[in-house]
Design a protein around this ligand. Sequence first.
Ligand code: UPG
Ligand code: 3PG
Length: 317
Amino acid sequence: MTIASMPDSATWLETNTWDRPDWTIDELVSSKRGRTISVVLPALNEEATVRSVVESIAPLSGSLIDEIVVVDSGSTDATIDEAIAAGARVETRETALPGVDIRPGKGEVLWRSLAATTGDIIVFVDSDLIDPDPMYVPNLVGPLLSNPDLHLVKGYYRRPFTGTSGVEPSGGGRVTELVVRPLVAALRPDLSGVIQPLAGEYAGTRELLTSVPFASGYGVEIGLVVDTVKRHGIDAIGQVNLGVRRHRNRPIHELGVMSRQIVATLLDRLGIEDSGSPLTQFVMEDGGHQLRRSYPAVEDRPAMNSMLVDPVRIASN
Ligand SMILES: O=c1ccn([C@@H]2O[C@H](COP(=O)(O)OP(=O)(O)O[C@H]3O[C@H](CO)[C@@H](O)[C@H](O)[C@H]3O)[C@@H](O)[C@H]2O)c(=O)[nH]1
Ligand SMILES: O=C(O)[C@H](O)COP(=O)(O)O
């Protein structure tokens, strides 16, 4: 079944999916018409990959892209040095938004990046990508530059998976397939045409991103999708085919922790009460079942535009 022939969400899929993007860089640069573009890479201990991700984007600096910023999430390895060596500006959580208590999590650094960048359009790209295609960023901004009704553009792609027997051509996106897609089908079927709701590669207007709350952990992406629809309707979301995406595949127990955070944010956005209980896992270690508990990070950061106009709030957050 092709995308366009899926039975539900058919209209949205046809009009808001770019399956074969073919913009040239020159076309995109001329369609900026005064708008500026920031690229933000969240990074926590990504010394092995951050340099090549920045290098895949840096040639567009000064033309399509106005700034590339790695927002470090508290790395203890050489992530910051590698990012600077590749030509990125680096912000820490403190320098990005001084004077505001620091919380752990990916959403926290994405939220802080809004205060440390100036682009009218902001493109987020994960920094654990392997062999990222240099067209990721151009293709993510293409729909936004050409369609004033869009506020959020998600990437989608084939997702190889690296297991014990090597790289499989597909099978990646385990949280997406086993947790998020079934929950979306059960609770928000109107969103089931979004092919990669958790994609870490997406672009949004500053207008949208500064007007919605951010979950501070891994719930940030699903929260943004639901909040965009709440604010502007599903027609404000687009999706674009980025080809293939490989990244570091985490072990299953780490994805369990991630999933718990995503479930908490999704339920919160849908007004469904969550017990707030921790995820209990039994991880095989030291020859036995080791009990681990992890609490979901449910506390959201408020819309950044409310922080920027209210210095008292900044001081007290
Ligand atoms: O506390 C954190 C955790 C992660 N990251 C960075 O965020 C990116 C993605 O994190 P990762 O742990 O690799 O997530 P994935 O396994 O790739 O999970 C998928 O699903 C997540 C939940 O929706 C999304 O946040 C991811 O972008 C998406 O790729 C990487 O650059 C990390 O370095 C931080 O900056 N701070
Ligand atoms: O998007 C996801 O579902 C998670 O990032 C897990 O991806 P993986 O199965 O490719 O590691």
